[in-house]
Design a protein around this ligand. Sequence first.
Ligand SMILES: Nc1ncnc2c1ncn2[C@@H]1O[C@H](COP(=O)(O)OP(=O)(O)O)[C@@H](O)[C@H]1O
Ligand SMILES: [Mg+2]
Length: 271
Amino acid sequence: MTPEPKAGGNAGMDSDYLEIRGLSVSFDGFKAVTDVDLTVLQGDLRFLIGPNGAGKTTLIDAITGLVPATGSAQKAGTELLGKKVHQIARLGIGRTFQTASVFEQLTVLQNLDIAAGAGRSAWSLLRTRKSVLPSIEEALETTGLTALRDKPAGVLAHGQKQWLEIGMLLVQNASVLLLDEPVAGMSAEEREETGNLLRRIGSDRVVVVVEHDMDFMRSFATSVTVLAGGKVLSEGSVEQVQADPKVQEVYLGTANLAATDPATKRESADA
Ligand SMILES: Nc1ncnc2c1ncn2[C@@H]1O[C@H](COP(=O)(O)OP(=O)(O)O)[C@@H](O)[C@H]1O
Ligand SMILES: [Mg+2]
């Protein structure tokens, strides 16, 4: 089980963590997320899985202020619920969406520059930067996009766009990253590279990855939380979660804990 941060406890002074307690989201009386508890410590690569409609995206939306929620969601003791989207982003919570949202006409560097400018004055944003900020150099390096920095984002491969989005969160100094299906539509090679990227950035950040791809989860998750019907169904190591009869039941009919989306099902059927 994931250790709980205790008072004066095991998370350490400079450690970050995300602590969600009793979080619920209703849409016109329909409970999309019900009483979710979730603790993710810095250095953990937590996978959040569950069938379509389980409430995974809604949970991320609630943490990032896009939908109203009740309960509590704290980053290292600071309450996020009730704050505005931009305030939450400034507290270091970064998220990606299921579809990549980079500025296609702008170069990789310009995309990162804009991301780095978030929260700065209009003046500093408009001023031409003669040199590349060290944080941007670092993000280019980390995401493996250095050689592509002057290419328009629109010509990047699908995987590279997702890496650019992650790079944009890095230059914003996000220390909690919530990634919604980052490897959807990626080639096997891109998945492998993305997994390695997540390991690199995850060692000193809190990373939650929503994922459908069970092979990807098995390769890279350090811990797993399973959502179903808006509730936490199971939590633990990959092995523990896979062995849980409750988890097997919600994935019944899908080969070997394969996800509900047909593309993944096909892949795991011959695994
Ligand atoms: N804005 C909304 N209004 C009404 N219902 C919604 C809204 N967003 C999501 N839902 C519903 O909430 C449930 C959870 O959706 P979602 O969080 O997108 O699931 P997942 O990401 O796990 O596939 C689904 O039944 C979905 O139809
Ligand atoms: Mg979703």
